[in-house]
Design a binder for this molecule. Structure first.
Ligand SMILES: NC(=O)c1ccc[n+]([C@@H]2O[C@H](COP(=O)([O-])OP(=O)(O)OC[C@H]3O[C@@H](n4cnc5c(N)ncnc54)[C@H](OP(=O)(O)O)[C@@H]3O)[C@@H](O)[C@H]2O)c1
Length: 346
């Protein structure tokens, strides 16, 4: 398994990480995703760690905190050998201060996560979503205090706009506070929106992307094909509300091209979709989701081979999104002043 530096930090994370959203199954919403218990989690962690995974992603809202408990218990004495990434922001109680990114909730939420994970530090604390009601300064000061206190080692955000990350980095630099090193974002062959603002921002600011839902919630696994009935035994087939938007026609065309590549190579469609992401610029790690052990084994095998440039080009072309403004203007009219290494002067 390839290890990458997380953004411009010195922390190394595995190119494929493991996501725990399927742990616990508490409540209707999370039960629709998976119901893995501690014994299941131990097996999945064994398989992941044996394959070289060191990054484990969770959140204080997955199954109401149960996923963190299961992860902590299943890791046991292996805790010190892995990177535990969790997220805070969403409601953990009914009180007015049990949600958001106020100093009050941030400090309480991290203490609660530490207890559930049964650890004395969180390797990567991620702000799960923006909190428009709380000034960024208040949140950034609170998380900086957590780093100073040794409870948190690295800071990341998730589902942020590019301008918000740039603003947060500017505030942190001006105040001498800890920098954000990563952005956990939705990115897949079915949705390439982050390429317009967040990827150029990451290249410029030096943070890394941690990708969530790399298979678009299972859509890109190859079991959803044009003209075929969706399998009942799946998150999407059971009608579990899609949290990711999919443009069906382009998405189905993309699955067909991925399936041709998969068939020619004797690999799964899921592996093709994961490998396309693995080599995108700014992607530090791709967080795998698996409701079953065999899905995890399949997905991890993506780390053992690479797409050819021709295969990547075919996937790029078929999944190519409509380019919004101002990017279509910039891509046409600013190509004479390229960025990156080995720039050729036109
Ligand atoms: N930051 C955020 O806001 C955010 C949001 C969502 C997720 N996440 C993180 O990202 C992780 C992954 O998300 P995700 O679970 O949505 O990932 P995903 O890879 O898009 O979907 C995983 C689901 O696809 C199906 N699947 C996976 N591999 C398969 C295979 N090889 N063959 C057939 N079906 C397969 C399984 O569901 P079925 O068997 O039910 O079809 C599995 O649970 C989460 O655990 C979490 O850590 C973060």
């Amino acid at each position: 398994m390839q290890m990458r530096y997380l953004g411009h930090s010195g922390l190394q994370v595995s190119a494929l990480g493991f996501g725990t959203m399927t742990f616990g199954g508490a409540g209707d919403y999370f039960a629709g995703l998976g119901t893995q218990d501690v014994a299941d989690a131990r097996r999945l962690l064994d398989i992941s760690i044996d394959a070289g995974v060191n990054l484990f992603d969770t959140s204080d809202i997955y199954s109401g905190g149960l996923a963190e408990e299961i992860l902590g218990e299943a890791l046991g004495t292996r805790r010190g050998r892995v990177i535990v990434a969790t997220k805070i922001r969403f409601a953990t109680g009914a009180g007015p201060n049990d949600a958001g990114l106020s100093r009050h909730h941030v400090l309480n939420a991290v203490d609660a996560s530490l207890r559930r994970l049964n650890t004395d530090h969180i390797d990567l604390l991620q702000l799960h979503e923006i909190d428009p009601a709380t000034p960024l300064d208040e949140t950034l000061h609170a998380v900086d205090d957590l780093v100073r206190a040794g409870k948190v080692r690295y800071l990341g955000v998730s589902n942020y706009s590019a301008w918000m990350i740039t603003k947060a980095l500017g505030i942190a630099e001006a105040r001498g506070w800890e920098r954000i090193v990563s952005h956990q974002a939705y990115y897949s062959l079915a949705c390439r929106d982050i390429e317009f603002e967040l990827v150029p921002c990451a290249l410029d600011e030096g943070f890394g992307h941690i990708v969530w839902s790399p298979l678009a919630g299972g859509f890109l696994s190859g079991k959803f094909r044009r003209g075929q009935e969706a399998p009942n035994d799946s998150r999407r087939g059971r009608g579990w509300g899609d949290i990711v938007p999919i443009e069906d026609e382009r998405g189905l065309d993309t699955v067909e091209v991925a399936a041709e590549i998969a068939e020619a190579r004797g690999v799964s469609v899921a592996q093709v979709a994961i490998n396309w992401l693995r080599t995108r610029p700014t992607v530090s790690s791709v967080i795998l989701g698996a409701r079953r052990e065999e899905q995890l084994v399949d997905n991890l095998a993506a780390a053992t081979w690479d797409l050819t440039p021709e295969e990547t080009e075919r996937l790029d072309a078929v999944s190519s999104p409509r380019v919004p403004y101002p990017q279509w203007h910039q891509w046409d009219w600013a190509a004479d002043r390229p960025v990156g290494p080995n720039r050729v002067a036109l």
